[in-house]
Ligand binder design. Sequence first.
Ligand code: DON
Length: 566
Amino acid sequence: MSKYKVSFLVSITTVVFLFGACTTGQLGRKNSTEYYNGMVVSAHPLASKVGLNILKKGGNAVDAAVAVQFALAVVYPNAGNIGGGGFMVYRSASGEISTLDYREKAPAASSRDMYLDSEGNAITDKSLYGHLASGVPGSVDGMVKAHQKYGKLSWAEVLQPSIDLAANGFALTERQANELNSNAAAFAKFNPGKDYFLKSKWIADDKLVQSDLAKTLTLIRDNGREGFYAGEVADLIVAEMASGSGLISKKDLADYQSVWREAITGNYKEYRIITMPPPSSGGIALIQLLKLVEPYPLKRWGFNSDSTVQLMVEAERRVYADRAAYLGDPDFFKVPQQALMASSYSLSRMKDFNWNQATPSNLIKEGVIAPKESEETTHFSIVDREGNAVSITTTLNGSYGSKVIVKGAGFLLNNEMDDFSVKPGTPNMYGLVGGEANAISPGKRMLSSMTPAILEKDGKLFMIVGTPGGSTIITSVFQTILNVVEFDKNMQAAVNAKKFHHQWLPDEVFVEKGTLDSLTQIKLQKKGYKITERGDIGRVDAILKTKWGYYEGGADPRGDDSKMAW
Ligand code: DON
């Protein structure tokens, strides 16, 4: 054999071997991407592994979801949390649906003008960083309620893997090491006298051990809800608040309750979308967006063609204008939910759409500017052997939340208060503005964009999807769904696809590099669209049930996200 043939064969063998190894390592099944028994897709390989192990042990999708929520609090502290909140959408194998709202709440001592100076100007730093930025955390109560209602394994069994990860430590990815390094000054500033997360320089594979967090998780394992909202951990949270003029009191913690809410549902062609109601704006906005584009031949126009992008941008502009005006916590503000999702409204909403030129946002509707949120949240999708499905998006809001770590308890608190309109009608530092609907009030939940969703096709489970990304969450979920149902992409390709985003104001189409080819871009610009390149949009983690019955995962390559299945 010639030496060229030998080296060719060696290369081929290496490629085949490496491919096999990768597939086995990532997916646990050699040379196949067909998984029938369950799947977990999350922002961190160790959290996905925890979820998969729970499924393999006989746990159901909710057991795995609870385990993944706690595991992410350990291995992905940017957004995984026990000091924040989130939303869960659930669909059982038999089609029962429910949603759980474990969003944070404004402390009882909060007030509408708490972030204004004496002249009435917003001091947005205060709603973003430090002790005053935190809402009362909801994640632990949410997980307790989800597990009580649906869990099969014991509470201790689903908590234990996270305790082990916190106590024994885990190896940081390169991305995580860099993120910890770039936040070192903030950790030092907001945590004087504490050494959490601090090291002269983190590098990939460094071990992060979190002993205080392990202790807190053990208290939660042994005492359930009381392990967090009462006793030692509650005392530590209140002491932390006292050290930085924060507002969360013992009573706020004792009073916190997550809430089961009726899911938002709507149809797009032969698909049924099951998603989150207010206080997330995501569900209503997603249904509105799908309804606005449904009458048009997207499939014929094709993925990211000028007509497709123009139509979707015009729909987004209108939906985000409505979001700013009409959405807030339904326990405090009457959200015109049915009116916004009515087909007659969708038809009338596109009447002023003009193919020849962009509709300027200031003609769409008077109102307040749509929010622009900071971008660190996390989503995970899970399906179990029976076909029960969970879609959860959870967050501290900004990366590492308020940056405050509860001394002695080892976890970060959220900066979710910034999701309120700090001063109704005026944009804060992040452009976050809303109206009365989203003004601060004690005990109120701040408006969210998080859009965990589950889709059915012909009455059967079809997709589990969601993403972080602040105000881009809704449009990223919208695009991912269309990428599959209109543009025939498989789940991973739909997740990988470049994304664009319009949120009414600012009146710009934000695109990831490479989203539009130059001809498409020129065509849109000629019609008056301002196109602005920006960094990553979304970090979608999704699962598709194929027509052959096996599951296909989409783990976003924009992060360390990972899919694991069996
Ligand atoms: O609830 C919300 O809409 C925001 N707190 C979410 C923030 C977010 O997605 C940041 N993520 N990447």
